[in-house]
Design a protein around this ligand. Structure first.
Ligand code: SAM
Ligand code: SF4
Length: 476
């Protein structure tokens, strides 16, 4: 079990398996239209990749559908980060098998990290799967589809050192029209010992900053008011101009995107404690539209465990980074990822994680129990020696503390006024809007005449629980 608390960042449990679609395409009623159905799992990068896949499929006349039984092509964009994520996909395939048997000719494809990790064996084990495509091979989907239509299986799991899909304009599926994600880099060059990402997503490469800025400007022109720049380690973004050899760092990119328009909010994820520079923090402090929120995963509070995890920072270094945030961006909220029960973790190590959480005062965390992944450094070097009960007990303590911290964090916001970007109706009532403040907290308030999603409002906070702030509009 790998639960989370509160709103999204890297893995939003409520979105796992979400099917993307575009409402307008559902009404095209022609036997010649081919339809694809795509479900996305895992981190935001996968959801973003599904939009690239949709764009590639649009070029070969496939339209998205939300009705799986109407689809000619069913795609699952998968995650391998923990064993449970892969089990979820295997279970989902059992339902899809039934659809395929009742409607022969339906094609089934596995995309993303699980495709990359399992390669040909996925085709051998899952007989009804026709297509296996890794994260760097999406441009090859049209060719593979032709191959599959002719009765063969299609597989491309080649990783690339260059592919950034920089020239592909993602089709925004299932969009609220206000917030969007922009991939700024792919892959990861870190070798955290627990993590499968470097094996499934390949070497780190940064996307041309001019294509990023132009995507942000294009989104703003279409009415979007917030972009989140995505990468496994945004702080190591680095792009060199091929002609004048000028270097673009993440701080520079962040500034360029923030200058697209002062009404375009900019967020980013994920920051790595070893690489997060003061330069980035000063850039945040200079621009009101760069949100005061940093996702800075600690993973463990124990320097000994951090060293085994190969995170290349220790407890003191991490604390120094939090202190720099507090000094340079005083209003900044910080969230984290935490792993309970990593190899050899003692009660003392666990207590250090607990004390780090309280000291860092996270507004939110994604909390996991350690899941050994085949092929990773940890799987090869260390025994997965913490029994499941202990892992779950420690995880429960971590979750309970985070709940308390989130509730206290939000309680401190009561009586404050925040600038909120309206994203749409609240989950509970059509009479209420929901939006987020700069610190990424969800704010719910009653609607008033004339306001619409995409507008900014100032909200006075009257009450709070661990997940949401509630308030009312004060004069803008
Ligand atoms: N690049 C990000 C970073 O370095 O913080 C994280 C990317 S990973 C997709 C998201 C989170 O999954 C990690 O921060 C870690 O907490 C968790 N995770 C990764 N591998 C795991 C494993 N084998 N077992 C449990 N949790 C894991
Ligand atoms: Fe995995 Fe570490 Fe890379 Fe994050 S930085 S994706 S945890 S290897």
């Amino acid at each position: 079990m790998n639960p989370i608390v509160s709103n999204i960042k890297t893995i939003d449990e409520s979105r796992q398996g979400e099917a993307f679609y575009m409402p307008e395409s559902e009404h095209i009623d022609s036997p010649y239209v081919k339809r694809f159905y795509i479900e996305s799992y895992g981190c935001q990068m996968n959801f973003s990749d599904s939009e690239i896949v949709a764009s590639i499929l649009a070029d070969c006349q496939y339209k998205p559908t939300r009705q799986i039984e109407n689809a000619n092509l069913i795609l699952l964009n998968t995650c391998s980060i923990r064993e449970k994520a892969e089990e979820t996909i295997r279970k989902r395939l059992r339902t899809i098998d039934k659809i395929k048997i009742s409607k022969p000719g339906t094609l089934v494809g596995i995309l993303g990290c699980m495709a990359e990790r399992l390669k040909q064996s996925l085709l051998d084990e899952e007989k009804l799967v026709d297509l296996v495509v890794g994260p760097d091979a999406y441009r090859d989907i049209p060719r593979l589809l032709n191959q599959v239509v002719d009765g063969d299986k299609g597989i491309n799991v080649l990783l690339s050192r260059e592919e950034t899909y920089a020239d592909i304009s993602p089709v925004r599926l299932e969009s609220n029209g206000i917030t969007a994600f922009i991939s700024i880099m792919r892959g990861c060059d870190n070798m955290c010992s627990f993590c499968v990402v470097p094996f499934t997503r390949g070497r780190e490469r940064s996307r041309d900053p001019f294509t990023i800025v132009s995507e942000a400007a294009h989104l703003f022109a279409k009415g979007f008011r917030e972009v989140t720049l995505l990468g496994q380690n945004v702080d190591s973004y680095k792009w060199e101009h091929p002609e004048n050899k000028e270097t673009y760092t993440f701080a520079r990119l962040l500034e360029l995107v923030s200058l697209v328009h002062s009404d375009l909010r900019v967020r980013f994820s994920t920051s790595h404690p070893k690489d997060m520079t003061d330069d980035v923090l000063h850039t945040m402090a200079r621009h009101e539209n760069i949100c005061n929120y940093i996702h800075l995963p600690v993973q463990s509070g124990s320097s000994r465990i951090l060293s085994l995890m190969n995170r290349t920072y220790d407890r003191e270094w991490y604390k120094n980074r939090i202190e720099a945030i507090r000094q340079i961006v005083p209003d900044c909220a910080v969230s984290s990822d935490i792993i309970a029960g990593f190899c050899t973790e003692t009660d003392e190590d666990h207590k250090e994680t607990i004390s780090m959480m309280a000291w860092a005062d996270y507004c939110m965390s994604y909390m996991y129990s350690y899941s050994e992944r085949p092929g990773t450094l940890a799987a090869r070097k260390y025994a997965d020696d913490i029994d499941e009960d202990t892992k779950q007990k420690r995880l429960s303590e971590i979750i309970a503390l985070q709940r308390k911290l989130s509730a206290e964090h939000n309680a401190r916001d009561v009586g404050k006024t925040f600038k909120v970007l309206i994203e749409g109706n609240s989950k509970k009532s059509a009479h209420e809007f929901k939006g987020r403040n700069s610190q990424n907290k969800v704010v719910v308030f009653s609607k008033t005449e004339g306001l619409k999603p995409g507008d900014y409002v100032h909200i006075y906070i009257e009450s709070a629980n661990s997940a949401t702030l509630k308030g009312y509009i004060v004069n803008n």
